[in-house]
Design a protein around this ligand. Structure first.
Ligand code: GUN
Ligand code: FE
Length: 423
């Protein structure tokens, strides 16, 4: 791992809406950490072996900050119901299958490999409530080179007969899972109350204390769907807004990621900004299960941290390139809904959210900043190239919009080469 030199057209997103481009340049990492991007090879590396990808694009590997691993077997199916019916009819029966460790092993091995083949090297991921399957998921991610956080899901009410824990089971299994996953290096645990309707107050209070005591990050869902929001208000008459049901149990802070945030009003958005909570925009899922169109531009303008997620299997693709173009489309739908009062996302902005903003949750600086852990992919778009030359910025935009099977040629995660299309 000591020295990595990658040659190609290096594009990174150092700030929202800005791209750094070095055509036929060198991305260099030492001991897995980025040294820098150079237009010519610095003298001190003369003679060192470089991997030359010609004119292919070298991009930051993106981060998927919200997806459900046990819903992978139903990806692309069952999109005919709104959230709460969709959970009961499709998601819960699918997740219940993960009581079987062999089933879990087979699905999770494939999922981990498919994530890497899509260039996703960092995740915040929901497992199911099953402790054993969650450990299998963590093993398979770690083996494939996916890094980040995984949560054993907690749900002690409003589940299904074969997909629900008692409060005592949820507490005991969570504690045991934390003990059993303590040796993982790249995949770490995250506290995961499924969403407010799935957790009793007692369980929420336990999870809040656990997160504080063990300094663990938290993930859940927030204001995804209007029926869900009304249900949360019924369950918590003492809270005027959804976010307060997390805040009152200590589940609302700078290490919290909340998926969707479609229906957050100004006060809820301010609560996110003030606490440093990260909003995970999941545009494919929001459209597939008719949740709505998240106000992504307004969240950004008001200073809320925004990242992207696929929300598989509300989402129908693992590709964060697809998620980025979907975020642009959603922002355009929102612009129409807002009477042209909000601007849509540019390709550079969407890619910043997928790559740099996601990496920021893992303590990284934007772009290929020196010192960042090397997370990169090589994208060979030569089959799309025109007889006339395109700018690197045009090429990136096309790569977000146009699906190109097999175009990802190689992937590095935490400094390690974890995928090569030649293998
Ligand atoms: N809210 C609670 N559980 C889920 C889930 O599995 N998917 C989505 N999209 N929203 C949820
Ligand atoms: Fe989700």
């Amino acid at each position: 791992m000591a020295l990595t030199i990658l040659k190609g057209t290096v594009i990174s997103a150092p700030a929202l809406g800005k791209l750094d481009v070095t055509e036929r340049g060198y991305l260099i990492a030492e001991e897995g950490k980025v040294t820098g991007v150079f237009p010519v090879l610095p003298k001190r590396y003369a003679g060192a072996a470089a991997e030359d990808f010609g004119d292919a694009l070298i991009l930051q590997a993106p981060a998927d900050l919200h997806l459900h691993a046990p819903q992978y077997p139903m990806m692309g199916m069952g999109m005919d119901l709104p959230l709460l019916d969709w959970l009961n009819t499709y998601a819960f029966p699918t997740e219940a299958r993960f009581a079987d460790p062999d089933y879990a092993r087979e699905v999770y091995r494939r999922l981990a490999q498919d994530l890497i083949a899509n260039g996703t090297t960092r995740v915040c991921m929901f497992s199911s409530l099953h402790r054993r399957a969650t450990l299998i998921l963590m093993e398979e991610l770690e083996k494939a080179g996916v890094t980040g956080y995984v949560g054993k899901v907690n749900m002690d009410r409003n589940g299904a007969p074969n997909l629900q824990e008692t409060t005592e089971e949820s507490v005991a299994e969570t504690l045991r899972w934390l003990e059993e996953c303590s040796d993982f290096r790249y995949v770490r645990p995250m506290v995961t109350p499924r969403f407010t309707p799935s957790c009793t107050n007692e369980l929420m209070a336990f999870l809040g204390r656990l997160a504080a005591e063990r300094n663990l990050p938290v993930q859940s869902h927030l204001s995804e769907n209007t029926a869900e929001g009304a249900w949360v208000r019924e369950l918590h008459p003492d809270c005027t807004q959804y976010w307060e049901t997390y805040a009152k149990y200590g589940l609302w802070n700078g290490r919290t990621v909340m998926a969707h945030c479609v229906w957050c009003d100004e006060r809820e958005r301010r609560a996110m900004k003030d606490a440093g909570v990260t909003a995970v925009h999941c545009p494919d899922s929001n459209q597939n299960i008719c949740s709505g169109v998240a106000p992504v531009r307004v969240l950004l303008r008001e200073g809320v941290k925004v990242v992207l997620g696929t929300d598989v299997a509300g989402g129908d693709t693992l590709s964060m390139l697809d998620a980025a173009s979907s975020a642009i489309r959603a922002s355009k739908a929102r612009r129409v809904m807002d009477n042209w009062g909000t601007d849509f996302l540019s390709a550079a902005e969407a890619w910043y959210l997928a790559a740099s903003a996601g990496a920021a949750f893992f303590g990284q600086q934007p772009g290929f900043a020196p010192g960042n852990s090397l997370h990169a992919l090589v994208l060979d778009d030569s089959r799309l190239l025109q007889p006339h030359p395109l700018t690197p910025e045009e090429r990136l935009e096309r790569c977000l919009y146009v699906r190109q099977p097999g175009a990802i040629r190689a992937v590095w995660s935490a400094g390690r080469k974890v995928f090569s299309a030649e293998d």
